[in-house]
Design a protein around this ligand. Structure first.
Ligand code: GCW
Length: 683
């Protein structure tokens, strides 16, 4: 296989670990009874993995052996005395959870993996292999784990011509031309990878796509993919273009209150479910960036979402209605728009509707404060939308470990129901007692040999999945797991690399958007710097709209003297944000327009501090390069070289960001660069 193809599942040979003996003992006699496809997959995975890691071909029996050393089975298949031992654990584990436990059975220690359902067994087996890849001991293990979030979903922004909107790792995996007959091995490997981290839903098509995916010809192809994904516990969703009844039907309107429109969608749902009985539902972008929606007919988001929800309800499907509404008319602060439009609808959506909200109020910037909608709609399940693909984060060229960003958002306290009302508790539904919960990530996967373009961007797919399973995991834990599985368990590798991953997120913020700056990217592609762009027809398309630099200072005033976006946050956070002294400096210019001489906490002026941050970002990339150089012994040559080349580009471009932004902002500040900031070189 090409380097990196196996992702975090290389199952490298274990030759000198202290646990080797333990592992050979545990895997001497394995029983994994049951005939379902899902269990068959679990057996195949075990066989493959153990053979690679331990060398000797294991024998996984499909029957309950008399004396297994490793027994893997759903609770109902276990002998009564073992059932008793896992009863309590499994009562907490739900449909998808599992238990991995070292127990005494017939006077012998055995390892038991059990679950309530087959998918729990598959997840349990993947976790067992995950821990083995990290060389962990099972001698004392007693682990119960289950997902804290119901829908753990990837959103593909894939078009039917196989281009991917904001995709930087090749073309779409979905080969529509050859489907449904031809099943590419990559569909299977993709499903395996997702199942290994607990992802259980995917929407296949771009939220900006046309309606063709809902025509019978494409639905046959979707069915083929759904059939591949099903035994891996993955449900398929599709994007539903609101104007579909006109575009692929014969109606003259898509008005959600029109009986013919309702009937059209109900028939469409029936048709889909006749092919895909466990179809997940629709993901909808409506009345945003020019997409059609209910507002075109004088209706609102509730009318639109509920009409679709009605069509899916008899089949058990969900509507995921996006809150990224960004109208082509509204001239008020763009950061306020989603909250303004949606919060009044709290409690009005049907119970199979989730409202999917981006992590921040603008658009996947390297850093944003959390979206004020979180916690502000207690009667509506809000689903998180993170971006895994790096639209504003250097595409698949820059190394940025995103779990650090996700963690920052999930840990943020909204104060909506008093202290401790973190975004994680809103998303997992526990704070506001939601019946359903979800987290989506816009996928960074394409048909590049290593799936994600940058070899290290695989960590972002992995990390997203782990956080969707458990939003309370720390980014450090995730980094360590991923590094151990993907590359090496040697401490000389793990220590420095963990630090490098963790710091990489702050590095990119420093050299692109320090101190709360945002959206100063060159427009359209969003790759390099473009803070000077000001001539686009709509104000909020222009970076100048966001930084507002002038002779006096820089920043977006979102306090009561400005757009008053801070009003959308709960107290005491709101007051804290309103005062530049108490506003966290990482969000300073997001919420405030301040003079170039404004004093930062470290005593530097704003101008100096900003310049130094840009420099720090560049320095951090230099450090990454130095660290990576040392890692040669632990990484295969191909990947080592690839990352090395990519880091060189990242360094060049970090300098580009620093120089471009500082030279441009200097035309306003008219101040010298502080000492230590590399002299920008005009190119
Ligand atoms: O970030 C913007 C992107 C668009 C995207 C849109 C959205 C899919 O630039 O490419 O469209 O957000 O999330 O709907």
């Amino acid at each position: 296989e090409p380097s990196g193809y196996n992702l975090w599942l290389p199952y490298s040979k274990i030759s000198e670990s202290p646990v080797l003996k333990e592992y050979t003992d545990i895997t001497k006699t394995i029983s994994l009874p049951g005939a379902s496809q899902t269990l068959q997959i679990a057996r195949t995975e075990l066989n493959r993995a153990l053979k690679k890691m331990l060398g000797a071909p294991p024998s996984v029996a499909t029957s309950l052996r008399a004396d297994p050393t490793l027994l893997i089975g759903t609770k109902d298949l276990l002998p009564p005395e073992l059932q008793k031992m896992v009863n309590d654990d499994l009562s907490r584990a739900g449909d998808e959870g599992f238990v991995i436990k070292s127990v005494k059975h017939r006077k012998k220690k055995i390892l038991l993996i059990s679950a309530n359902g087959d998918i729990g067994i598959l997840y349990g087996v993947f976790r067992f292999l995950n821990l083995m890849q990290q060389h962990q001991s099972f001698v004392k293990i007693s682990l119960v784990d289950y997902p804290k979030i119901d829908l753990r979903m990837l959103n593909h922004w894939d078009n039917l011509d196989r281009t991917i909107e904001r995709g930087y790792a090749g073309f779409s995996l979905w080969n529509w031309q050859k489907l449904p007959e031809f099943i590419d091995q990559r569909y299977i490997d993709y499903a395996r990878a997702n199942a290994s981290i607990g992802i259980n839903a995917v929407s296949l098509t771009n939220v900006n796509a046309n309606a063709l995916i809902l025509t019978p010809m494409y639905l046959e192809k979707v069915k083929a993919l759904a059939d591949v994904f099903r035994p891996y516990g993955i449900k398929v969703y599709l994007t539903a273009r609101f104007s579909a009844p006109i575009e692929i039907g014969t109606l003259k309107t898509a008005d959600p209150l029109d009986p013919n429109v309702k009937q059209w969608w109900a028939d469409k749902a029936d048709q889909i479910y006749s092919l895909i009985p466990d179809f997940g539902g629709f993901l909808v972008k409506a009345n945003s960036e020019g997409q059609p929606g209910p507002q075109n007919y004088g209706r609102n988001h509730v009318d639109g979402a509920n009409m679709l929800a009605e069509s899916l309800r008899p089949h058990g499907g969900n509507v995921i209605w996006r809150a990224f509404v960004y109208s082509e008319h509204d001239a008020d602060d763009r950061a306020k728009q989603a909250y303004t439009e949606f919060v009044p609808y709290d409690g009005k959506f049907m119970d199979n509707v989730l409202v999917q909200t981006k992590n921040g109020p603008i658009d996947f910037q390297p850093r944003e404060p959390f979206h004020p909608m979180f916690g502000a709609m207690p009667k509506t399940p809000l689903m998180m939308e993170f971006q895994i693909t790096q639209e504003y984060l250097g595409f698949s060229t820059h190394l940025v470990f995103l779990p650090k960003l996700y963690e920052e958002v999930l840990d943020a306290d909204t104060y909506q129901q008093g202290e401790g009302s973190t975004v994680a508790r809103i998303i997992d539904g526990t704070l506001q007692n939601q019946k359903i919960s979800g987290m989506a990530g816009v996928s960074n996967v394409g048909n590049d040999m290593n799936w994600t373009g940058h070899p290290m961007a695989q960590a972002n797919w992995y990390g997203f999945g782990r956080l969707a399973w458990d939003p309370y995991l720390s980014s450090e834990t995730i980094a360590e797991e991923w590094l151990r599985m993907t590359f090496s368990n040697q401490e000389a590798f793990i220590g420095p690399m963990k630090e490098m991953l963790i710091k990489s997120r702050e590095a990119v913020v420093n050299y692109m958007n320090p101190l709360g700056l945002h959206h100063i990217f060159d427009t359209g592609h969003h790759y390099g710097p473009g803070p000077w762009v000001s001539e686009l027809s709509r104000p909020e398309w222009n970076p100048t709209y966001y930084h507002n630099a002038d002779a006096k200072g820089i920043g977006f005033d979102r306090t009561p003297s400005g757009s008053n976006a801070t009003e959308q946050y709960a107290e005491p956070l709101r007051s804290r944000l309103n005062d530049p002294d108490t506003c966290p400096e990482r969000y300073l210019l997001w919420f405030h327009h301040l003079s170039w001489d404004y004093r930062l906490k470290n005593g530097k002026t704003l101008w100096q501090g900003m310049a130094l941050k840009y420099q720090e970002g560049v320095d951090q990339v230099e450090e990454m390069i130095a660290t990576w150089k040392q890692m040669q012994p632990y990484v295969d040559q191909v990947r080592h070289k690839e990352v090395q080349m990519l880091l060189q580009i990242q360094l060049k471009e970090a300098k580009w960001w620093r120089d471009a932004c500082l030279l441009y902002f200097q035309t306003f500040s008219k101040k010298d660069l502080p000492e230590g900031v590399g002299k920008p070189t005009r190119t």
